[in-house]
Design a protein around this ligand. Structure first.
Ligand code: EPZ
Length: 416
């Protein structure tokens, strides 16, 4: 299994171009099932995207990729089943459910396995789809979905603004009969990007001031071309890498308006930030100051996916930071690995208190999940001496060219 060897201590310096957002392209690939042909631009080269493309191929789509452009022809589907192996490879495959049902009138998908972030319940997805007229029976770890009559619009109120559930409802409602209203939906930029793709394909979607989503069902969607928004979490990760190493970085092709919760915290940490609409230039201070408190919240609050990269920075900051992880049940698996590098962190339920230390030391650590893995690399870049980072396949799920990008910023990183 590949590993990173990182020798810490170099202040990163240089420029980074942000790729398309993983969490936008995945639901948009599911939405491609509802259109005859789709051309999706600015797609990142990630293993999660490859899994989504293989799901489409298993369903009967022809999928081709040139550089950052993916073409999907969904004219002839041959299946409405997602087998367990593919579902286990990527938990977020559940977002295909709504699209398969809308297209085929049925679906059989394996229950998504748990993952490193704790159990990943899908009760909100199931309750919402049943409101739209789907009959769902759990059968030996599979969800057997049928539509006895037809998909009918409904008023759905989510008791938690789940990103995946919001996406599944949107995908199932576009061609349902009548109006669907989603109250308390997720409001992440990736939701708006999915809505933009669907609107271009002819869907009648309107997002109100307070975020409520109104969908008038239409007969069918047509072919579409769409460019995916930049990945705000990839941008956040490289900013944290520069901040922890006392370096400076120009992050380009970003969408600064998607990062309003993170940038002030980097400012609080003593970084100087110059932002334009699509770029952020960060100059770190010698040693970061500890942000007082970081609460992860649904968008536009602080994103849970940036919690661990920012925690890496707070490990060596002056002062203590309180993290409150409000989105996932157990998203602190990276803490034990950071402790091996000398971090002083106490976890109590959803709260983690990080007491900044003057410096970390290299260690052998294991990636626990995608963002936790990025966090360990971030910490290793500032640690004294060498670190070995194992199970880096987690990182390759969500960061294209992670190692060459860090190398270009001056990091001493190698893959073995
Ligand atoms: C999406 O996951 C993202 N993944 C996650 O990014 C991100 O962390 C998350 O949204 C929150 O922003 C993709 O978009 C592919 P949720 P998702 O449904 O849709 C609970 C990354 O690193 N919940 O908003 O699974 C759930 O357990 C990944 O790129 C229910 O209880 O997130 C969690 O605690 C990690 N019942 C919370 O809601 C449900 O039916 C947020 O989940 C659904 C969710």
């Amino acid at each position: 299994m590949a590993e990173y060897i990182i020798k810490g201590g170099t202040a990163l310096s240089g420029e980074v171009e942000v790729h398309g957002a993983k969490n936008a392209v995945l639901p948009i690939l599911a939405a491609a099932l509802l259109t005859p042909k789709s051309t999706i631009l600015n797609c990142p080269k990630l293993s999660d995207v490859a899994v989504a493309c293989s799901i489409l191929e298993h369903l009967g789509c022809s999928v081709s990729r040139q550089d950052d452009c993916i073409n999907v022809d969904a004219g002839q589907l041959v299946s409405s089943v997602i087998h367990e192996n593919l579902m286990r490879e990527m938990r977020s495959s559940i977002v295909f459910l709504g699209a398969i049902i809308a297209r085929c009138g049925q679906a059989r998908v394996s229950m998504p396995g748990g993952c490193e972030l704790g159990p990943r319940p899908i009760n909100l997805h199931i309750e919402a789809l049943e409101k739209l007229g789907v009959k769902i029976v759990e059968d030996h770890g599979y969800l057997d979905c049928t539509v006895p009559d037809r998909l009918r619009g409904a008023s759905i109120s989510l008791d938690f603004p789940s990103v995946g559930a919001t996406e599944n409802i949107m995908l199932a409602a576009c061609t349902a009969q009548g109006e669907t209203v989603i109250h308390n939906p997720a409001r992440e930029p990736e939701i708006n990007d999915l809505a933009a793709f669907l609107q271009k394909a002819g869907a009648k979607i309107y997002i109100g001031e307070n975020g409520t989503i109104y969908i008038q069902g239409v007969e069918r969607l047509n072919s579409v071309q769409h460019r995916v928004i930049p990945d705000r979490i990839e941008a956040a990760t490289y900013l944290c890498c520069a901040a922890i190493t006392g370096g400076q970085v120009l992050v380009k092709k970003a969408k600064t308006s998607h990062m309003t919760a993170l940038l002030p915290l980097l400012g609080e940490a003593g970084c100087r930030l110059e932002a334009t609409e699509d770029s952020i230039y960060l100059v770190a201070s010698e040693r970061p100051k500890a942000p007082k408190i970081v609460r992860t919240m649904p968008y536009p609050g602080f994103p849970t996916d940036a919690q661990s990269p920012l925690m890496a920075m707070s490990c060596i900051a002056e002062g203590s930071t309180i993290f409150v992880e409000n989105i996932f049940e157990s998203r602190y698996k990276h803490v034990a690995e950071l402790a091996r590098m000398g971090a002083k962190i106490k976890v109590e339920g959803k709260v983690a208190v990080v007491e900044g230390v003057p410096g970390l030391h290299g260690a052998e650590v294991i990636c626990t999940d995608l963002r936790g893995g990025a966090c360990l690399c971030c910490a290793a870049l500032a640690a004294e001496g060498q670190s070995r980072i194992k199970d880096i396949y987690h990182i390759q799920r969500g960061y294209q060219d992670f190692e060459p990008t860090l190398k270009a910023l001056g990091a001493d990183i190698a893959v073995i």
